[in-house]
Design a protein around this ligand. Structure first.
Ligand code: PAF
Length: 280
């Protein structure tokens, strides 16, 4: 695997390639990321991964400074996985040589709800860096995990509206044996919180079972789930049952007539904020 830190070196490596498959990450790679690389390998050649902790998508009180930066370990994991041909790991000066005053501003109806409401500016930062990375790598396909469900939808929609020639592939969330969605931020959890963290998954699993068994009162399902988590010590940002197609609230007749739904959740255990979702 070639490791490059500049856009120029990246372009040298990719000259003439028209079928590149790309996986952007912020590093601290885990089995979920490695699964994205495998999928990329099945859909394009060469596979390009990036590692860049993107300051633009962190709020002023978020964990930009302490976000785990583990480049050497990450390189080792990618070498072992043997799926990636080029790793692009730029520093901030390379990707933001001047203040990034042009930004992608996602629409409020998709970017201003759920994560966008709780993390103002987050999706501007994500879409802006993804657009820049796409412009550096010029992939034919790019793979994103469904754990960041809203992010995946926004990136799809950005590609559609800007007519970017990149096909976006979605990868199922990879989970630990107890169901916890793998995330680079799980390393922040204390041992006690780590064993409790699966409650987020089991709670939305309970909501999914209720919906599959015919429940249609989504307001009370959301409230019940949220109360349960709060009673266990979680600080809940949201438990939301939404339509898969646009993340808007379904009407009860849509729920009753089998509209495809997704349950999205964000909550904090101690200082660690976790997100998860399940499609119904
Ligand atoms: O999902 C992530 O890790 C990040 O949001 C991304 C897509 C790499 C952009 O920084």
């Amino acid at each position: 695997m070639k490791v490059v830190h500049t856009i120029e070196a990246l372009r040298d490596q990719l000259r003439g390639q028209t079928r590149a498959a790309f996986v952007p990450t912020m590093g601290n790679l885990h089995a979920g990321h490695l699964a994205l690389m495998k999928t990329a390998r099945q859909h394009g050649d060469p596979v390009v991964a990036s590692i860049f902790v993107n300051r633009l998508q962190f709020g002023p009180n978020e964990d930009f400074e302490k976000y785990p930066r583990t480049l050497l370990d990450d390189i080792e994991k990618l070498e072992k996985g043997r799926d990636v041909y080029v790793l692009f790991a730029p520093d901030e000066r390379e990707l933001y040589p001047e203040p990034q005053t042009f930004r992608v501003q996602p629409p409020d109806d998709l970017g201003g709800i759920l994560e966008g409401e709780h993390r103002p500016g987050f999706f501007d930062g994500v879409c802006t860096v993804v657009l820049k990375l796409f412009s550096c790598v010029q992939p034919r396909v790019a793979v994103f995990g469904k754990k960041d469900y809203q992010q995946l939808m926004l990136i799809r929609s950005m590609c559609r509206q800007f007519q970017l020639p990149v096909e976006i592939l979605a990868h199922e969330t990879v989970r630990a044996d107890d169901g916890l969605a793998l995330s680079s931020r799980n390393v922040y959890l204390s041992a006690e919180h780590r064993s409790q963290a699966t409650e987020l998954y089991t709670t939305i699993g309970g909501v999914r079972d209720a919906l599959l068994n015919g429940a249609t009162d989504i307001g009370s399902l959301q409230t019940l789930a949220s109360h349960f988590l709060k009673s266990r010590g979680w600080q809940v940002d949201y438990i939301a049952i939404r339509r898969q197609r646009d993340l808007l609230l379904p009407t009860s007749s849509e729920v009753a007539s089998g509209e495809r739904l997704v349950i999205l959740a964000a909550a904090k255990l101690g200082q660690t904020r976790l997100i998860d979702n399940l499609e119904v």
